[in-house]
Design a protein around this ligand. Structure first.
Ligand code: GDP
Ligand code: ZN
Length: 302
């Protein structure tokens, strides 16, 4: 991002927002900014991750003038313009859920976010079958350990130049991975917070940290439920956010094929031939019927 734009205002990225102050990074400096009243009037809120135009004042502080167009927006916790979502599962405690992974990858793709599937705790057991399953489905996939650091260099390479966040069930090792890579973030892992007797993820604010020439959200508290609620999928879009469908789309007998039950469906035929991962089509069908039901329910309600 160019720090100074053509009319002489600055462009930066919002790293954190606290009590009416916005901390905007531009050209390696962090500017403490206030926002113009116009935002409140328009019910707009600068959100962490936003690209902002601001005016630098003489005291080195700034005034936010404009929120540049967003690529995507997650409401809870609030963060804008994510480039990548690391979806973390673990060998065991808890074991991977294909439905959860498939749901999250679909939502990410749908919002222009690159999903990267991580299988953690490989020190506890072999996970290469999981990796090949997800690579075959068209995703980047890394095997990691938050204990011995396996795969962490690979994660760091992906972080470069991007805004990223981590999600996945509680206990899969998100904080441990982030702590291993970036001890300076001092994120609380389960053991630590148990000792302190505090609830986890009590704060819902996000802060972006500069790491590896990119930014990572400091919180491992992006729950899949929050992501699902704020970035809903439409059933018409679903086939296009399953990259493994792409070879078959357009090949079905009926153009209106939903790829769930139809005769002559190219995807279902590929499943029959054993060419298509069974758990992936199961997830697709489950998500499809859920979305369909919500629509019907809303119609009855309205
Ligand atoms: P989070 O809820 O996803 O942030 O998970 P935590 O990072 O708090 O980890 C949950 C538990 O799993 C802790 O007891 C960690 O020590 C343990 N853990 C995390 N990563 C690994 C790993 O790669 N291997 C093993 N064996 N344990 C891990
Ligand atoms: Zn079909």
């Amino acid at each position: 991002l160019q720090a100074v734009n053509k009319v002489g205002y600055m462009n930066g990225i919002l790293l954190k927002a606290i009590a009416g102050f916005y901390y905007v990074e531009a050209g390696g400096h962090i500017y403490e900014c206030k926002a113009r009243g116009i935002f409140r009037k328009n019910h707009e809120t600068p959100t962490v991750g936003d690209r902002l135009e601001f005016d630098e004042l003489e005291d080195g502080k700034g005034v936010v003038l404009k929120i540049l167009p967003r690529k995507n927006l997650l409401v809870r916790p609030p963060v804008a313009n994510l480039d990548q979502l690391f979806i973390v599962s673990s060998h065991n405690t808890p074991a991977p859920s294909t439905l959860l992974i498939d749901r999250l990858t679909a939502i990410a793709v749908n919002n222009n976010i690159e999903p990267i599937v991580i299988f953690n705790k490989v020190d506890l057991g072999e996970m290469s079958e999981w990796q090949s399953k997800y690579q075959k489905a068209g995703f980047k996939c890394i095997l990691t350990s938050g204990i011995n650091g396996d795969g962490c260099e690979e994660i760091k390479k992906f972080l470069s130049g991007k805004v990223s966040a981590f999600t996945g069930n509680s206990g899969v090792g998100k904080s441990s991975l982030l702590n291993f890579m970036f001890p300076e973030l001092e994120l609380k892992t389960a053991e630590v917070s148990d000792k302190l007797g505090r609830g986890r993820h009590t704060t819902r604010h996000v802060e972006l940290y500069s790491v590896c020439d990119g930014y990572v959200a400091d919180t491992p508290g992006f729950s899949s439920l929050d992501i699902e609620r704020t970035m809903p999928l439409k059933k018409e879009e679903l086939p296009f956010v399953f990259p493994d469908f792409s070879d078959y789309l357009g090949e079905c007998k009926f153009t209106s094929c939903t790829h769930t039950v139809e005769k002559g469906c190219a995807v279902l035929e590929a499943v029959q031939r054993g060419e298509f991962e069974l758990s992936r089509i199961e997830s697709y069908k489950a998500i499809y019927s859920e979305i369909k039901d919500i629509k019907e329910w809303e119609k009855h309600k309205g």
